[in-house]
Design a protein around this ligand. Structure first.
Ligand code: ZN
Length: 69
């Protein structure tokens, strides 16, 4: 199991609160950017935390190395 960070690495904002909703909507095939807009994740640094965390085709959670970005 991949743990999602509780806080944004860059600004320290708590980002885990809406994570479960984000993942459930992602599994429904919604666009990540649209979900983040809806959830009020506005800062680019925080959005990056979500967008780099995604599901593979089998629905498993992946967390790309943040240093790639
Ligand atoms: Zn941030």
């Amino acid at each position: 199991m991949v743990m999602f960070p509780i806080r944004c690495f860059s600004c320290g904002c708590v980002i885990s609160e809406v994570y479960e909703e984000y993942v459930s909507r992602l599994k429904n095939g919604e666009d990540p950017n649209a979900i983040l807009d809806d959830l009020g994740i506005k800062k680019y640094c925080c959005r990056r935390m979500y967008i780099s965390h995604r599901l593979d085709k089998d629905g498993r959670e992946l967390f790309d190395d943040i240093m790639e970005y």
